[in-house]
Design a protein around this ligand. Structure first.
Ligand SMILES: *Cc1c(COP(=O)(O)O)cnc(C)c1O
Length: 224
């Protein structure tokens, strides 16, 4: 193989503190790359398209923990509910309820993260801090027994300004503390702060990330 996944994975792992989990983002990369990383001991992989994930999940080892990291349409939840380990980008009560419904059908409890929209870039996805407060205050999530909210996820703006990136991660970390204290003080499972990608993960780790999502630095550039 030309691209050395193993050595790139090793150097990423070496740069992470032991309390930070690595989600290896394998979207658009072939099965062989995932197998290389798997052989090195990597078990958590992230994908963002249901069809692609389905194909990979069917042929790759069953002890892989798959994280869905992309925008998930409610009509696609049923396809991933039987096996998905974590759905990272939940940004509406409607999606949360559908995940609960499908997880119940499978007799599962699915871990999810609430996706925040903090970046100054305009994107359709993610909850503003106010919308996230509202969703939690409204309380219906408490009755959803087949989903478990285990933390927050966000993406920083795609900019060179390190101060701006740091500001956005810090906003997310402070908001995590607020939500933890208000709603999850007695819930040990609510502990994940998923931020940091190839270009900004060292800053994310300084800003209390517990889970980095790294693709390019491990697998090389994606060919779309
Ligand atoms: C693609 C993707 C990543 C990985 O990005 P890299 O820059 O390749 O590390 C992380 N998070 C999300 C939500 C993504 O869609």
């Amino acid at each position: 193989m030309e691209y050395d996944v193993k050595s790139h994975l090793k150097s990423v792992l070496k740069s992470l503190p032991p309390n930070v989990k690595l989600v290896a983002i394998s979207k658009y990369h072939p099965q062989e790359f995932i197998e290389e990383a798997y052989a090195e001991g990597q078990r958590i992989f992230g994908e963002s398209h249901e069809q692609e994930l389905k194909q990979k999940q069917a042929i790759l080892p069953k002890d892989i923990e798959w994280h869905f990291i992309g925008h998930l349409q409610t009509n696609k939840v049923k396809y991933i509910a039987p096996y998905i380990s974590m759905i990272e980008a939940v940004d509406s009560l409607k999606l949360l309820k559908e995940i609960n419904r499908q997880a119940a059908k499978c007799g599962r409890v699915i871990k999810v993260l609430l996706e925040l929209h903090i970046a100054e870039e305009s994107t359709k996805y993610g909850l503003t801090l106010e919308a996230c407060r509202q969703l939690l205050a409204e309380g219906e999530w408490r009755s959803l027994e087949h989903v478990r909210i285990v933390g927050l996820m966000m993406m920083a703006s795609n900019v060179d300004d390190e101060q701006q990136i740091r500001r956005e991660f810090t906003t997310a970390a402070d908001f995590f503390d607020e939500v933890k204290a208000t709603y999850f003080a007695d819930d040990e499972a609510f502990c994940e702060r998923s931020w940091g990608m190839s270009d900004d993960y060292p800053i994310a780790v300084e800003c209390r990330s517990t889970m980095v999502r790294i693709g390019t630095m491990i697998f090389g550039p994606r060919v779309y």
